[in-house]
Ligand binder design. Sequence first.
Ligand code: GLA
Length: 391
Amino acid sequence: MIDNTCSNADRVHDKFKELFGETPRLFRSPGRINLIGEHTDYNQGFVLPASLDKAVFFAITPRTDNRVILHAVDLDETYEFTLDDFSKPEQTWTYYQLGVLDQLQKHGYQLGGFQTAFGGDIPLGAGMSSSAALECCLFFALNELFGLGLDRLTIVKLGQKVENQYVGVQSGIMDQFASVFGKEESVIRLDCRSLEYEYFPFPMHEYLLVLCDTSVKHSLASSEYNTRRQECEKGVSILQKYHPDVQSLRDATPAMVEEHREELGPVVYRRCKYVTEEIERVQVACELLLRGDLAGFGKKMYETHEGLQHEYEVSCEELDFLVDQTRDNPDVLGARMMGGGFGGCTLNLIKNTAVDTFEKQMKAAYQQAFNIELPCYRVRIMDGTAEVHRI
Ligand code: GLA
């Protein structure tokens, strides 16, 4: 395990010992990137995510009563409650943990009280799915602690339900899947309809993936996300009248969308056009990856960004600026906004040797345009959710 992971694990572990005076079990769930296939998961399409070296850790022990003590190490805040009350408190950081317990209770799983300290280094609001990592890590830990018998896929599905039912975002399954099923140095092609998946090695010998973090998160992110989902459903209901087999946009094609353009209306048309094209784009991008054609893959990333910017309309000024900065740079093969949108990171595929200069130029340009410091993260792909055994 690499250094910063160890130090985060140690930090959380040591804080737990200091607070509770016991030796805890320790669990880790990573954040994720997504190479291509954005806003396709809840349309039953394909995605291509990978799990990161940035992760959340839970140090945890069971209790003999029905109390739960949550300590957020990075916020230095504690929240206590009993297992018979999952009402939402003022502290919004607790929603993910309460949502996990709410799901377990709804599905009839029996557990006792517990105490935990948790924290990590997934930047919040940067679009690396720190929330999915939190949910999956706690599910995984409670599963081990109380022998609940959950398999990995059930953890993923329950994690998605926490977002949908407790947090209130109608998100798809990608984030939780990547966090739980991630594999070192591999990307996962996931079919979000059948949940079949395949690992592809991502060839990072000459090239690197770098995230540029806008450090903004516009407030409309989650409401617009839910609106996009409804717009896609509206598109499906119209297309279905003419093509009864269309159960989701996965079953539709760009040609069908074109055919019914007028009835769809300008907004729903644009949404459906983007999604049907993006689903096809993931398949083409995977073939390019298999052939080792990273230049071709990079072009697809730019196409995705254009679709997200102009048709799906989930980008923002800061993201567009960062992508535009790369366009004339011959060392950048591809760049695009990543994740839900309205802030977060851009993902950049860059020649190894050019990364230092790239970061320097991007930081300077962003500072000048927005007066915001630009954090850049060089991506390392690590394994998904697991217990951490300290030496
Ligand atoms: C967020 C959601 C995911 C997915 C992406 C967009 O990260 O949580 O389910 O829809 O946005 O691809």
